[in-house]
Design a protein around this ligand. Structure first.
Ligand code: ATP
Ligand code: MG
Length: 471
């Protein structure tokens, strides 16, 4: 058993006996012969456990306990109390002592109590460390942005995270909606519980409902066993419903009921199931238009938008672009084991004026590709945006043809981008759709639907790679 212990007593013989005993158990042991000495040795992280006598001359065991709690809230304290002083021992427990051992004690008793308390203390520390890692991974540190719009979003997340209200995250594709959902959950008191994600796009009503609420055996053809839904899986935690605008109308009614009454039934079941779930929803659709058209329930709309976080397209916060590039470059270099390369001035200018229809996701994939494919010591505008799509940052103009409408041009660019993006993801995953979707942060269903829309097959994408050509 590992762990660092501080033994505190003004009886020298007892201190030495305890030290010998605990060392034999494998702990690292330090000693103090007075409360004052103990206090001078307690520092954040210095000990996992303090074993102290309650009655010391001068600074008492209770003082040591209070001091330890202030300096290092994670440290555990065991009180050694004189025979018959149970009342004070209980008092010490109320003030945060983990346990007490009445004198006289035998060695076995000490061993058992110390082991038990140490185990808990170490577990708690591990848990804290994990939590911190998770928070670093999903806190604001992951969401990069210095524009006023993003600063505003950070302070909003901070305000609503622990309020347990429903949050609706809106914004065009690739603007970071899922990152916002992560940040809200991992900054909320529910952070130690599950964050369950579900995409409502491209699923039939039957499937959405069975995913959401689970189903009973035989609820429909193919329902061979009972299955738990996302709502149950998220109990105590957070449910993230992506593309909520695509949810079938009938399902919306059931979702509303589950939210309002905190209760639902599995598909094909009639037993109400109670849950405590916080909902975060995201969409890039015009829900208001859906309400007007009758495809989105107005009551659900108001229930969802208690708090609305709206992410602007990247072209409306261009001042974030240099910071994002920097961050994606460092990150990619680390992941791919390359040295980070700087952008040429021209490349940076081109990036600043480019429209980025795929928003931050497109920027990120452009930076990663550029780092992988560039041959020089710097990343050029060609590396970043492909040849001839820029000229001092402007798309070259052809005058011999009537110009496409804005909508046509944008559509074409988006499609071209999506095609390149999907094919690239497929190539990297060796044609495995599930892994490709996961790597780029898309749900498999949406990824497959996009492939169908664009007429991409995994084979094609792979063949393109072998011949070294790009369709
Ligand atoms: N502000 C940001 N800082 C760092 N990375 C970002 C930021 N915004 C988005 N990204 C990155 O861009 C990609 C897309 O982000 P995310 O999946 O959150 O977008 P989304 O809005 O949910 O898109 P979609 O509507 O397509 O689902 C991710 O790789 C994410 O890490
Ligand atoms: Mg998303």
């Amino acid at each position: 058993m590992i762990g660092r212990v501080l033994v505190v007593d003004d009886e020298k013989a007892l201190v030495l006996a305890l030290r010998g005993l605990l060392k034999k158990e494998g702990y690292e042991v330090d000693v103090a012969y007075s409360g004052e000495e103990a206090i001078s040795k307690i520092e954040p992280g210095a000990f996992h456990l303090i074993v102290t006598d309650l009655s010391l001359g001068g600074v008492s065991g209770m003082d040591v306990l209070a001091h330890a709690g202030g300096v290092d809230p994670d440290v555990a304290v065991i009180m050694i109390t004189a025979y018959g002083s149970e009342k004070i021992a209980v008092e010490a427990m109320k003030h945060g002592a983990s346990d007490y051992i009445p004198k006289p004690f035998d060695n076995d008793e000490i061993r058992v109590v110390v082991r038990k308390v140490m185990e808990t203390a170490l577990l708690r520390r591990d848990h804290q460390r994990l939590l911190q890692q998770v928070q670093e991974a999903y806190g604001f540190e992951q969401i990069v942005g210095r524009s006023p719009a993003m600063q505003n979003i950070f302070s909003m997340i901070e305000k609503v995270a622990d309020a347990d209200v429903t949050v609706l995250v809106r914004g065009p594709s690739g603007t970071g909606k899922e990152l916002v959902a992560n940040a809200v959950h991992y900054r909320s008191p529910r952070r130690t519980r599950a964050l369950v994600k579900m995409n409502c796009a491209a699923l039939s009503q039957e499937l959405v409902e069975s995913e959401l609420f689970g189903h009973e055996k035989g609820a429909f053809t193919g329902a061979v066993g009972r299955r738990e839904g996302k709502f149950e899986a998220a109990n105590g935690g957070t449910l993230f419903l992506d593309e909520v605008g695509d949810m079938p109308l009938e399902t919306q009614a059931k979702l509303l009921r589950a939210l309002q009454e905190k209760e639902f039934e599995r598909v094909g079941g009639n037993q109400p199931i109670q849950v405590d779930v916080r909902l975060i929803a995201a969409t890039n659709q015009d829900l208001e238009a859906g309400v007007t058209a009758g495809t989105f329930r107005e009551d659900l709309y108001y229930r969802l938008k208690v708090v609305e976080v709206v992410l602007p397209p990247l072209e409306d916060r261009r001042e974030d672009i240099p910071l994002l590039i920097d961050c994606f470059l460092k990150n990619a270099a680390e992941r791919f084991g390359r040295v980070p390369k700087p952008l040429t001035g021209e490349a940076l200018r081109a990036a600043l004026v480019h429209d980025w229809p795929g928003n931050v996701r497109e920027l990120r994939s452009a930076v990663e590709q550029a780092l992988l494919l560039s041959s020089g010591s710097e990343i050029t505008a060609d590396d970043l945006l492909g040849p001839a799509t820029h000229e001092n940052g402007h798309v070259p103009v052809r005058v011999d043809q009537p110009p496409p409408t804005f909508r046509e041009a944008k559509e074409r660019t988006v499609q071209e981008f999506e095609r390149r993006f999907l094919e690239d993801a497929l190539r990297r995953s060796g044609g495995n759709i599930t892994r490709a979707a996961e790597a780029v942060g898309m749900y498999r269903q949406s990824f497959q639907q996009k492939m169908r829309e664009l007429g991409i097959t995994a084979d094609q994408a792979m063949n393109g790679e072998q011949k070294g050509v790009r369709p």
